[in-house]
Design a binder for this molecule. Structure first.
Ligand SMILES: [Zn+2]
Ligand SMILES: [Zn+2]
Length: 385
C-alpha cells in the first residue's frame, strides 16, 4: 500500500513551521485519539499514521531527509526505522499535551474521558452494614454511627508530598497514568506500574498519609432510620462518602449507603406490614375458653378472647397492631396463631382427673377424632371388599 504524504496527513503546507505543525497535529490527534474511539481500528490506524508523520516532520534532520527523498528516506538502508522510536505514541502525545497542559495532562482536553487519572475522580461510595431490632424498625431510630471516611490529608493538603517536597511527573508514562505497548498490530494499554496509574509520584512522601494524599478519619454521623424499614433496606446519604482525592482533580464526594438488616425476633415474625405471633394455649383454656394477654410490637399488650373449644392453628387478627409502614401513618395487622399445648409431667391426681374426664367423654367432644376414625374404618372395609 502506498504511504500517504506526511504533510498531507497533517494537513499542512510543505512550508509549515514547527508551530503550525504542532497545532495541526494536536487538532488531528484529538479527533482520532483512541480514547475517543475505543475499538475502532480505523481511528487507531489514523492515529498511528499521524504520530508517525509528526514524529518525522517535527525532527529537523528527519524532515530534511523526507523533503529530499520522501518515504524512501526511512526505508531499509535509509535513515532507518521510519516510525521506530515513536511506536509508543503515548510518549509523543504526552510530551506535547502533558507538557503544554501542565499538571492536568491531556485528559482535561478531552473533557475527562473517564480513564485513568484523566477523569475528575469522584470520592468512593461507602457501605455501612447495620443490624437493628424489629422494635427499632417499628419505631424508627435516630442514632450515631462511626465511619472511617477518607479526607484529604491536612499535613500535605492532599498532595501526598512532605511540605516543601515536589510532586514529579512520572517519566515512564509521561504523566498519563497509562502506558501503551505495541505487539504486532495490537496496541495494549495498561495502568503505569511505575506510578500506579497516578501519572505522578512524590519524591518525599508525606509522613501523615504515607504519600496517599488522604487519610481515613473516624467520623461520627447522625443517621435517622425511618419507621417501617424492611430487612435489606438501603438508605443513601448523598455526599457523606469519601472525599474526592484532591490529587485527582477533587470531584464530588461519594455517597454513604446504609444497608439495614433486621435481627430475628423471639416473638414476632414479619411479613411486610403484618406480624405473626404464635401463642401457646393450655389445654384447659383451649377447651373452656378464656382470655390471654399478647405482647404487641409497640411494647403494649392486647387482651385476646379465646373462644370455647379453640383448636391449634386458629388465627385471630388484631387490627392495626402490626408494623408501621414506611413514610405513612398506617399500620399493618397482627395475626395471633393459637397452638394448644398438651400437658406434660402430670401429677398422680392430674392423671386421675384426666382418666375420669376420659370416662365421662360423650358424643361430639372430639368431632375431628371421630371423623378420622370413620374414614379409617371405611378405608379398611373397602380394602377387604
Ligand atoms: Zn499527607
Ligand atoms: Zn507513570
Amino acid at each position: 500500500m502506498a504511504k500517504r504524504d506526511y504533510y498531507e496527513i497533517l494537513g499542512v503546507a510543505k512550508t509549515a513551521d514547527a508551530k503550525q505543525l504542532k497545532s495541526a497535529f494536536r487538532k488531528k490527534a484529538m479527533e482520532c485519539h483512541p480514547d475517543r474511539h475505543p475499538d475502532d481500528p480505523e481511528a487507531e490506524a489514523r492515529f498511528k499514521e499521524l504520530n508517525e508523520a509528526y514524529g518525522i516532520l517535527s525532527d529537523e534532520q528527519k524532515r530534511a531527509a523526507y523533503d529530499r527523498l520522501g518515504h524512501r528516506a526511512f526505508e531499509q538502508g535509509g535513515m532507518g526505522g521510519g516510525a521506530q522510536g515513536f511506536g509508543d505514541f503515548g510518549d509523543i502525545f504526552s510530551q506535547i499535551f502533558g507538557g503544554a497542559a501542565g499538571g492536568g495532562g491531556f485528559g482535561d482536553m478531552f473533557g475527562g474521558g473517564g480513564r485513568g487519572r484523566q477523569a475528575k475522580a469522584r470520592g468512593s461510595d461507602l457501605r455501612y452494614e447495620m443490624e437493628i431490632t424489629l422494635e427499632e424498625a417499628f419505631a424508627g431510630k435516630e442514632m450515631e454511627i462511626h465511619v472511617p471516611i477518607a479526607e484529604d490529608c491536612e499535613r500535605c493538603d492532599g498532595i501526598g508530598a512532605e511540605p516543601g517536597a515536589k510532586v514529579e511527573t512520572c517519566q515512564t508514562c509521561g504523566g498519563a497514568g497509562r502506558v501503551r505497548t505495541q505487539q504486532g498490530f495490537f496496541t495494549m494499554e495498561r495502568p503505569c506500574s511505575t506510578c500506579g496509574g497516578q501519572g505522578e509520584y512524590v519524591s518525599n512522601p508525606c509522613t501523615s498519609c504515607d504519600g496517599q494524599g488522604q487519610n481515613r478519619i473516624e467520623t461520627t454521623l447522625d443517621v435517622s432510620i425511618p419507621a417501617g424499614v424492611e430487612d435489606g433496606t438501603r438508605i443513601r446519604l448523598t455526599g457523606q462518602g469519601d472525599a474526592a482525592p484532591k490529587r485527582q482533580g477533587g470531584g464530588a464526594r461519594g455517597d454513604l449507603y446504609l444497608f439495614i438488616s433486621l435481627k430475628p425476633h423471639e416473638l414476632f415474625e414479619r411479613d411486610g406490614a403484618n406480624l405473626y405471633c404464635r401463642a401457646p394455649l393450655t389445654m384447659t383454656t383451649a377447651a373452656l375458653g378464656g382470655e390471654v394477654e399478647i405482647p404487641t410490637i409497640d411494647g403494649g399488650r392486647s387482651k385476646v378472647k379465646i373462644p370455647e373449644g379453640s383448636q391449634t392453628g386458629k388465627r385471630m387478627r388484631l387490627k392495626g397492631k402490626g408494623m408501621s409502614v414506611l413514610r405513612s401513618n398506617a399500620r399493618g395487622d397482627m395475626y395471633v396463631e393459637l397452638s394448644v399445648e398438651t400437658p406434660t409431667k402430670l401429677t398422680k391426681r392430674q392423671r386421675d382427673i384426666l382418666k375420669e374426664f376420659e370416662a365421662e367423654s360423650s358424643q361430639g367432644t372430639s368431632p375431628e377424632s371421630d371423623n378420622f376414625l370413620d374414614k379409617a374404618k371405611r378405608f379398611w372395609e373397602e380394602l377387604t371388599d
